[in-house]
Ligand binder design. Structure first.
Ligand SMILES: Nc1nc2c(ncn2[C@@H]2O[C@H](COP(=O)(O)OP(=O)(O)OP(=O)(O)O)[C@@H](O)[C@H]2O)c(=O)[nH]1
Ligand SMILES: [K+]
Ligand SMILES: [Mg+2]
Length: 501
């Protein structure tokens, strides 16, 4: 559909580049047949375009839905009848004069209206994300809010939606702007000291006061950075890997959790080679679950060896490990080593799988170095009264009878809550590497400032250097919210948007 429109507009696109004075239009609802399609127009020629489409000299009432015939500007043919919403700037999404059309969602209807818009001089099809980019340039949204909006469009689970929504509403923005204000204050005070310090009487302990504020700020940023990457994990999905010996039922478990036969299951050891990933929604949390090749060192098969290597690589990067154990094998082991318990078995098991760093060796009991659940599978194959399997991170299941699977799902969701947290307005989590980098750099400069304060016992501060450290920190916060940007950065951020947003 857009191809048609692109052809119509291609002539114009050749000559018109991304000048903000262009008036842009696009289909903003999904592509293909649908009940209602939303077409958006924004820019200084919106009023003219709207008058032409409605064949009227007056603009409709602002921000009210009005039913109108939509006509071709030249032939005056009625193309459809639909709702019109007129948003005069600056009280619009983009901050510019703009309007929206809600029309019948047929492909030909949408094409006809897009073509009609394309026939109006100085109107052109919007680039991906261009409406949002204008909103950003007109200070309707800052950069973290733009990122929140992109995430909201991508969100697949309830908690991803909640985190993204709070961010579009400025949860991160408010926090970072508060920090910016503290820093701006600090810079102003230090600079005032440099400019007037020698001639005028300034508050005697001014630098100490600034240092106190900066100290609190540095602590807050440090705490914000030390959040276990909760926001990032929620945004990207919890990387979870199923590991274990061959034939313990890893693929059976993946199939059970995703409720379809995604992975091949056979009684042959070494059935799975490639990593197989499925995305699941568990109680609103996104889980990226990977089935892997059974870990063993005895194989000579080069394909299986490669599969094992891939499994181990994935393990290193995973947020959560589901370690599968064959209940029967554990039972047999216990018969031989009666005096030794489950912890001993697990230590031997991870050694054998060559993932011994999963268990903290210094610990007498068992503690894992990553979030981990141990699944004792094939519980249907005999009776076992070992009560130690009912501990926090151990669960007994049968992929055959589906016994214990509900309990496992519950335990997984608890782990997801630990890893992702609950998005909240009061304690928003940063959720992109970009945020982390700017904040770490900001913190570094703040620490240099604080070092300068504490190192000088004669209280003869080097104010010029100190002001520079604060300005550097401020610049990082500016980059974070988007006061300081480059086209390159903006292109990266806006690349996730589609045409019409
Ligand atoms: N009785 C019983 N058999 C099971 C259970 N879970 C899996 N199996 C069987 O165990 C065999 C191996 O299952 P898979 O799911 O292929 O095991 P895997 O760990 O993925 O094996 P590899 O990919 O070869 O490492 C199959 O014959 C399954 O039907 C269970 O809970 N009870
Ligand atoms: K198998
Ligand atoms: Mg398998």
């Amino acid at each position: 559909m857009l191809n048609v429109c692109r052809t119509v507009c291609s002539q114009k696109l050749k000559t018109i580049r991304l000048f903000s004075s262009d008036t842009i239009f696009a289909l903003s609802s999904g592509h293909g047949k649908c009940g209602v399609a939303v077409i958006r127009v924004s820019g200084k020629n919106s009023p003219t375009a709207l008058k032409l489409l409605t064949d009227s000299n007056v603009l409709p009432k602002a921000r009210s839905a009005i039913l109108r015939r939509i006509k071709h500007p030249i032939s005056k043919e009625t193309l459809d009848r639909g709702l019109i919403l007129w948003f005069p700037g600056p009280k619009s999404f983009t901050g510019e004069d703009s309007f929206e059309l809600q029309v019948h969602g047929g492909i030909a209807v949408v094409n006809a209206i897009l073509n009609a818009l394309g026939s109006i001089p100085s109107l052109r099809l919007a680039e991906p994300g261009e409406f949002t980019r204008r909103a950003f340039h007109n200070a309707k949204l800052d950069l973290t809010e733009v990122e929140g909006l992109a995430d909201l469009l991508q969100a697949e689970t309830e908690l991803q939606r909640r985190q993204a929504y709070l961010q579009t509403e400025g949860s991160l923005s408010k926090l970072y702007n508060k920090w910016k204000k503290t820093l701006t204050n600090g810079v102003a005070h230090v600079e005032a000291h440099i400019d007037f310090g020698e001639t005028e009487t300034l508050e005697p302990h001014l630098i100490e006061h600034v240092a106190k504020d900066i100290h609190i700020l540095a602590r807050d940023i440090e705490q914000h950075l030390a959040d276990g990457r909760k926001g990032e994990i929620l945004r990207n999905g919890v990387k979870t890997v199923i590991l274990g010996e061959p034939n313990v039922g890893k693929s059976s478990l993946l199939n059970l959790l995703c409720e379809r036969p995604a992975a091949i299951v056979t009684p042959i050891e070494g059935t799975t080679r490639d990593v197989l990933e499925v995305t699941l929604n568990i109680h609103g949390y996104p889980l990226v679950l990977a089935d892997t090749a059974g870990l063993r060192s005895s194989t000579k098969d080069i394909i299986e060896k490669e599969g094992i290597e891939r499994a181990l690589k994935l393990y290193e990067k995973s947020n959560l490990v589901i370690l599968v154990v064959d209940m029967e094998k554990y039972r047999n082991w216990k018969r031989i080593h009666e005096e030794r318990g489950i912890n001993k078995y697990l230590k031997e098991y991870v050694d054998k799988l060559k993932i011994s760093n999963l268990i903290d060796a210094s610990d007498e009991n068992i503690s894992f170095t990553k979030q981990c659940l141990v699944v004792f599978n094939k519980s249907d194959l005999g009776q076992d009264e070992d009560a130690s399997i009912d501990e926090d991170h151990f669960v007994r299941i049968s992929c055959k009878t589906e016994d214990g699977v509900a309990k496992l799902t519950h335990m997984i969701s608890q782990k997801l809550r630990i890893l992702c947290g609950e998005p909240s307005e009061e304690h928003p989590s940063m959720n992109q590497l970009r945020h982390r980098q700017h904040l770490s750099d900001c913190l570094k400069s703040l620490q240099l400032f604080l070092d300068e304060v504490s190192s000088d016992d004669t209280k003869e501060y080097d104010l010029v250097i100190m002001a520079e450290y604060l300005r550097k920190s401020l610049r990082q916060l500016g980059k974070l919210v988007g006061n300081v940007t480059t086209d390159q950065l903006l292109n990266v951020i806006f690349k996730d948007f589609c045409i019409g947003k």
